[in-house]
Write a protein that binds this ligand. Structure first.
Ligand code: HPA
Length: 256
């Protein structure tokens, strides 16, 4: 097995892993390259198999900074995918929507990001075998892949927006004042993941495509309080559409 395409599944989007054909499942606990889960309980597995006939490596479950993992640990899955031969990675995540054009359940391609997590996985001595000391981030999310994703979504009559993702540390949700600030600095989305992985993937010279599911309007923009279970429920609700889109995208990511 030599997958060229990797997929990282975000909160509530894990159902995709069930659709990997002939999937071999390896719990993270059995993979030495992944952080030990003894300190902080979490489940997750690497799924190797085929989607639409194409070999893929799927990270079902990711590590977050807010769980107490270091930025280096957070990106261990990305580096593992690279070692497996993956050169194009599709990152998925749940996010709060700041852009009022996004309704709950909207799917949004990340066009760029703003890293406000106070952490970067490349801090420390640089391993030149992995990539350069100062990697360029001008096109962190491949423009070609975004075009491809939009075309694919159009063909399936799926609306796919595009926007800038602000990454925060969490785990508390933002205050309405913080959301006003994020809007002011150009964010369309806010979330607690994805950005460290994107940095590590760019460092490795991988092509990155990222799709967020807007699970809620960001704090202060909707009517009520933010509750994680609601976030998961919305992500689950769109999982059918998401599955269709990603299943159609994977073979094209392998080809392009
Ligand atoms: N804020 C941060 N992360 C999130 C949100 C949010 O509103 N929704 C889903 N992940």
């Amino acid at each position: 097995m030599s997958p060229r395409v990797g997929v990282v599944l975000g909160s509530g989007l894990g159902a995709f892993a069930e659709h990997v054909e002939g999937g071999v499942r390896i719990p993270y606990g059995e993979i030495p390259a992944m952080p030990s889960s003894t300190a902080i309980g979490h489940k997750g597995e690497l799924v190797l198999g085929r989607v639409s006939g194409v070999e893929v490596a799927v990270l079902s479950g990711r590590f977050h900074l807010y769980e107490g993992y270091s930025a280096q640990q957070v990106v261990s899955g990305i580096r593992l995918l690279y070692e497996l031969g993956v050169r194009t990675v599709l990152l998925t995540c749940a996010a709060g929507g700041l852009n009022l054009e996004y309704a709950e359940g909207a799917l949004v391609l990340l066009s760029d990001h703003i890293n406000l997590q106070g952490a970067n996985p490349l801090v420390g001595p640089n391993d030149e075998r992995l990539g350069p000391r100062f990697p360029d981030m001008t096109e962190a999310y491949s423009a070609d892949l975004r075009k491809l994703a939009k075309r694919t979504a159009d063909d399936l009559a799926i609306t796919l927006h595009e926007g800038v993702y602000a990454a925060v540390l969490g785990p508390s949700y933002e205050t309405p004042a913080e959301i006003r600030f994020l809007k002011h600095i150009g964010a369309d989305l806010v979330g607690m993941s994805t950005v460290a992985e994107t940095i590590a993937a760019n460092h490795l010279g991988m092509r990155v495509l990222a799709i967020a599911c807007v699970t809620n309007l960001a704090a202060g923009l909707g009517s009520g309080k933010l509750v994680h279970d609601d976030v998961l429920a919305i992500a689950n609700r769109v999982s059918g559409t998401f599955l269709k889109l990603v299943s159609a995208l994977v073979p094209q990511l392998a080809q392009s």
